[in-house]
Design a protein around this ligand. Sequence first.
Ligand code: FAD
Length: 458
Amino acid sequence: EFFMANYDIVIIGAGPGGYVAAIYAAKNGLKTAIVEKGDRLGGTCLNIGCIPTKAYIETAKYLRKIKFMKELGIEVKDFSFDFQKASKRKDRIVTKLTKGVELLMKNNNIEVIKGTASFKDNTTIEVNGEEIEFENCIIATGSKPAELPHITFDGDFVISSTEALSFDKLPESIAIIGGGVIGVEFASILSAFGVKVTVLELMPQLIPGMDSETAEILKSELKKQKVRVLTDAKVLSAKNGVVEYELNGERESIEVEKVLLAVGRKPNTSGLNLHNTDIVLEKGHIRVNENLETDVKAIYAIGDVIDTPRLAHLASREGIKAVNHILKIEDNKNIYLSCPGVVYSYPEAAFVGMSLDDAKEKGIDAEEAKFPFTANGKAYIEGVKNGFVKVVYQKNNEKLLGVHIVGANASELISECAVAISKGMNVEELSRVIHPHPTVSESLMEAFHIAAGYSIHI
Ligand code: FAD
């Protein structure tokens, strides 16, 4: 039995970009197939990214809470941490969720084709020796961990996030090269698990590009968790149990059991035989226009394989946008303006839109207003001792441009800010929205109060 060789839409890659696009296309009546080369659906996000890391983050959270319990009047006399058990729970969560995606494919009559897709020409792909023709195609092949010219993965000493998620046994010490989102999240997890962690970041701040004050708090909080954080540190080599680096012009080195190389990711394009098509690559990414169309009509690309922020929720949204374009359904022109980003470290950091520096760079006359969590009752009850909400807005019309949160519940608080930015709301109208008391979310309202010219609790 061969595949039905003709589809309205063929999607390559079943990560959060591809599988969401498939469901949306199928629900809109398109005959849909999805090709996935991995054993399991869900892509990087479900299998080796967002989900397993957050499962570990949950374990780390409780390990930290044990220390806080004393303050609450709870004496925990004795406790132990079974890493294998935590790891198995993570695996169970991943399995359950990938099975869920399989079920969604089935329930939506989406043909799942297991195999590697490659292009024969602008209208045909080949999978397992079979040709499949399509009316429309979406490339959602994602990304893989990047290496440095002088430091490459060896599967044992120098590893990627993928191997760091499948330790049989925790290492005693680890050097994390790269203080981006992935590096910082692993630093937070592994330090809570009792691993001696050193983070080496080339740039002057963690998470380069992020609001610098937020990044400073992340750094100081990581240090409180006994993570050694070295910024402006240029790693020279990593081999034979030793990492050599340059810091303030001095050559230094540390001995570690493992090295997690987390210096970014690069698009998965190699197996696709794009040379058989007219698709154009730009710096390794598939080039697309504002409609997410590649240089070939009816072939779209979304998610980590294109040059937009590498986020699961954005990949999904791009998938829906591409399908909307195929179906000629009106969609937002700019979905990037209000796309939030989250760092699930301890504490969490979340942001949407511009920082003050971004606004200045764009020549926008902007201001910021900040409300600290220490002045919020609920945050105080929850034991939050640091962090803030910062809102950036345009001076002349008070339009909200960006929000930066570090501390309690940042990941949950950011969504209302994304709504506000996508609706072009201003700080005056936002300041009038009633927030329930007591909640951490009141901090947002209070920051809007300040921005609107009347601070209440500070
Ligand atoms: P992917 O999820 O990478 O999926 C691509 C799929 O295509 C894969 O299943 C692959 O096997 C398949 N494929 C590739 N080539 C072919 C081919 N030729 N034929 C058939 N199939 C093919 N993002 C967040 O938003 N929040 C987080 O908390 C978060 N945490 C992360 C933690 C880690 C450790 C990592 C590595 C990433 C994290 N990310 C997070 C990023 C997120 O995982 C990606 O942005 C997201 O998975 C991109 O989705 P995608 O659909 O573009 O690609």
